[in-house]
Design a protein around this ligand. Structure first.
Ligand SMILES: *[C@@H]1O[C@H](CO)[C@@H](O)[C@H](O)[C@H]1NC(C)=O
Ligand SMILES: *[C@@H]1O[C@H](CO)[C@@H](O)[C@H](O)[C@H]1NC(C)=O
Ligand SMILES: *[C@@H]1O[C@H](CO)[C@@H](O)[C@H](O)[C@H]1NC(C)=O
Ligand SMILES: *[C@@H]1O[C@H](CO)[C@@H](O)[C@H](O)[C@H]1NC(C)=O
Ligand SMILES: *[C@@H]1O[C@H](CO)[C@@H](O)[C@H](O)[C@H]1NC(C)=O
Ligand SMILES: *[C@@H]1O[C@H](CO)[C@@H](O)[C@H](O)[C@H]1NC(C)=O
Ligand SMILES: *[C@@H]1O[C@H](CO)[C@@H](O)[C@H](O)[C@H]1NC(C)=O
Ligand SMILES: *[C@@H]1O[C@H](CO)[C@@H](O)[C@H](O)[C@H]1NC(C)=O
Ligand SMILES: *[C@@H]1O[C@H](CO)[C@@H](O)[C@H](O)[C@H]1NC(C)=O
Length: 674
């Protein structure tokens, strides 16, 4: 770690090649008054004088600081978070390959920064860090040395790192995780070694981590070729990641007697790893794991014996594991609570042999690669199932869903969004009376009027029916939803573009959030929302409503109201009280009229700016001379009010009267003098 002359010369040479791109007026942006500043990518070579001493959070990525020393940040002693991320900059001129990043972190760089909590040095090709460079910040918790060219952990100055919680060392050239002897690990929670060159883990390596309890250790992207027997003996980890290791047998064998909350063993698209067999998992019997992820692997000879050592698992993730089915006869998996089978190749739901997992609470079969047939009674043994996600799986059914979801008495969450047309029978979810959330978005629903498919769902709170091509004229569609709080009807259309006095919302009086955006609405009847007294959020954006429709809001008070992107030009004075009584209103992207015929609304608007959001995008469309001007900036002089006109008429009338009298007088005078 001692400074070496050649390193120093190299650093000088490299930094001499730096050329700051002169920015015309580099100015850091203030994110939060006197505390948070962003100076990213401004070509800066030093901390600008404009930054106040009170700065606590500083984003200083992608600038030109070749070295940092005790003067660089000396003024900013309140720093808590410092981001100095850099990236390799290669000039377009081949003769001046320019890497203008931090190479050198000098002595006492942060000596007065007692509050500094996070330092990010990602992407800087560090050549030297002085032994005392990190001594000041006694509270340093997070240190990012990702992609800094480190090959040996001795490089990291260990003084005063007692409070370190996370150390990020990804994308370097590290081959051994052997931490320096005096490295303080007692508070370490996250140690990230992903994408290094670690192939072997010894007992000595892991013993250095003895004091770190509940550690999350990441070896993704290192091909582990050997683990010394006993290296993980009686060690406890929050999470271990060995993603991208080519031979998982080695990993399972090496982890003998280890206790792990979450073991991530997925693979990546570009790794040429070996297929998994029953033998691969042999080591799993000799350790304790709660949750395991095997995403994107291929299984060879998948049979019930493959799962022999899985019996103590609580969570299993087999996302994109090229599965066509799960074998029957899997035994002993009574502990499994969560099973993820997303992005596989099932043809029929019964192919997962759900009966093997009788204690399942959550089941995810999202994004199946083939058209998934729900079959009948495939999940009937899952009596404790609470959460079922079947979205994006090309499911089509003409008569849904009582046979398909037979016996799911405890189901609370059902996601059937993004599927093919579903025909919903009367009381279609009778088998799942406990449902609290039902998501049917983007699934074309066929419901025979006058029935309600949701009749028995007394506990349902959230119903997403967006883009379902619903027949909204069926006034009974939502009957029975006694406790519904959140209803999304986005993207469905109403007859004649109008919500009439009697409509399907009348049966859901408990609603709090109602989304009616993009419903091609032209008008809303004045009485349409009567009975929706609990609504506090109403989204009517992206329709073609005019100012007159605001009459329907008379019944609502103190709500968040979104009327953005409608066809509102003028709001007549008698409708302004309906707006005044709401708490927040979005009127952006409407073709607002900024002439005197709308002066009452404009005056109201300026007096209620605190209630309005998106003032920047609330602009005039008419007259042409004011098009695009923010409504809040409009200044109108509308002299000719009704009163004005009255006075002018009276004045003209008097003038004419005067004229007549004068003419009469002159004529009389003339005749008298003839
Ligand atoms: C920021 O500092 C300036 C000058 O010290 C002070 O006037 C201003 O009130 C401060 N602003 C905030 C948000 O603290
Ligand atoms: C920085 O270090 C130099 C040399 O060690 C020292 O003379 C100077 O006082 C230090 N400056 C600050 C602000 O600590
Ligand atoms: C900021 O700190 C520097 C050095 O500590 C000091 O000289 C300067 O007066 C301070 N500025 C303000 C505005 O307090
Ligand atoms: C272990 O760490 C995880 C998150 O890193 C945390 O949720 C959990 O409570 C911790 N457990 C113990 C026993 O400290
Ligand atoms: C695992 O624990 C058992 C029983 O304590 C012991 O016999 C065995 O040697 C341990 N395995 C390793 C690899 O240390
Ligand atoms: C994977 O590792 C296991 C155990 O270390 C070894 O027996 C097996 O031959 C390896 N597989 C391959 C294909 O190298
Ligand atoms: C249902 O699934 C879709 C697609 O996977 C997802 O976007 C949506 O957030 C899910 N719904 C809920 C309520 O989680
Ligand atoms: C449906 O609405 C719920 C509640 O707002 C939301 O969580 C979910 O993501 C929505 N589904 C889709 C597919 O957007
Ligand atoms: C106003 O509504 C539009 C349309 O929904 C939305 O894009 C915009 O973000 C909203 N403005 C604010 C400040 O939320």
């Amino acid at each position: 770690m001692a400074p070496c002359v050649s390193c120093f010369l190299l650093a000088v040479l490299i930094s001499a090649g730096c050329k700051a791109i002169p920015s015309s007026d580099p100015k850091c942006t203030e994110k939060e008054g006197n505390r948070t500043y962003n100076c990213e990518n401004l070509g800066l070579r030093e901390i600008p004088d404009t930054l106040p001493n009170t700065t606590e959070v500083l984003e200083f990525s992608f600038n030109f600081l070749p070295t940092i020393q005790n003067t660089t940040f000396s003024r900013l002693i309140n720093l808590i978070f410092l981001d100095l991320t850099s990236k390799v900059k290669i000039s377009i001129y081949p003769q001046s390959l320019c890497r203008c990043q931090i190479n050198w972190v000098h002595e006492d760089t942060f000596q007065s920064h007692h509050q500094l909590n996070t330092i990010v040095l990602t992407g800087n090709p560090l050549i030297f860090m002085a032994e005392t460079s990190l001594t000041g910040p006694k509270l340093l918790k997070h240190l990012f040395l990702t992609q800094t060219g480190i090959s040996n952990l001795e490089f990291i100055p260990v003084h005063n790192l007692e409070n370190l919680e996370s150390l990020h060392l990804g994308s370097n050239h590290i081959s051994s995780i052997n931490l320096p002897e005096n490295f303080p690990t007692q508070n370490l929670k996250v140690l990230d070694f992903q994408n290094n060159a670690i192939h072997y883990i010894s007992r000595k390596d892991t013993n250095a981590l003895e004091q770190a309890t509940n550690l999350s250790l990441n070896f993704n992207g290192n091909d582990i070729k050997g683990i010394e027997p006993g290296a993980f003996n009686s060690k406890i980890f929050q999470s271990l990641k060995f993603g991208g290791s080519l031979n998982l047998s080695i990993v399972f064998k090496g982890l003998q007697n280890c206790t792990i909350q979450s073991l991530w063993l997925g693979t990546f698209e570009d790794t040429d790893d070996q297929d998994l067999t029953s033998a691969t998992f042999e080591g799993l019997c000799d350790m304790s794991v709660e949750s395991i992820n095997l995403q994107k692997h291929h299984f060879n000879d998948l049979s019930s014996s493959t799962f022999r050592c899985f019996t103590r698992l609580q969570e299993l993730d087999l996302t994109a594991a090229h599965l066509k089915g799960l074998p029957s006869g899997i035994e002993g998996m009574n502990s499994l609570k969560k099973l993820v089978l997303n992005a596989n190749n099932f043809d029929q739901l019964c192919q997962i042999n759900a009966a093997s997992f009788p204690s399942l609470r959550e089941l995810y079969i999202k994004g199946n690669m083939r058209k998934l047939d729900l079959g009948t009674r495939c999940l009937e043994k899952l009596e404790t199932l609470q959460k079922l996600d079947l979205s994006h799986s090309d499911i089509e059914a003409s008569d849904c869903c009582n046979l398909q979801l037979k016996n799911l008495r405890h189901l609370q969450y059902l996601n059937l969004s993004y599927n093919e047309p579903l025909g919903l029978e009367d009381q279609a979810f009778k088998e799942c009376p406990q449902l609290e959330l039902l998501d049917l978005a983007f699934t074309h629903l066929r419901v025979k009027a006058p029935h309600s498919p949701f009749q028995n769902l007394h506990l349902l709170r959230v119903l997403n029916l967006s883009h379902c091509l619903l027949d909204t004229s069926n006034q009974h569609l939502l009957a029975g939803l006694r406790d519904l709080r959140h209803l999304n009807l986005q993207g469905n259309s109403f007859q004649d573009g109008s919500i009439s006095k009697t409509n399907l919302l009348q049966t859901v009086g408990s609603l709090e959030i109602l989304i009616l955006s993009s419903c091609s609405l032209l008008s809303i009847d004045q009485q349409a929302f009567q009975g929706l007294g609990n609504v506090n959020h109403l989204d009517l954006s992206y329709n073609s409503l005019t100012g007159d429709s605001t009459d329907a809001l008379n019944h609502l008070k103190g709500i968040y109201l979104n009327l953005a992107s409608n066809n509102i030009r003028i709001i007549p004075p008698h409708l302004l009280p309906a707006l005044s009584q709401q708490s927040t209103i979005n009127l952006s992207h409407n073709p607002l009229d900024c002439t005197c015929s709308n002066i009452h609304f404009i005056t109201w608007y300026k007096e209620n700016l605190h209630k309005l959001e998106d003032l920047e995008e609330t602009t005039c469309a008419n007259p042409p001379s004011l098009r695009g001007m923010k409504l809040s900036n409009v200044k109108l002089h509308c002299g000719l009010t009704g009163m004005g006109i009255f006075f002018i008429v009276v004045f003209v009338f008097l003038l004419i009267l005067l004229l007549i009298f004068s003419v009469k007088f002159i004529l009389r005078w003339k005749y008298q003098h003839i």
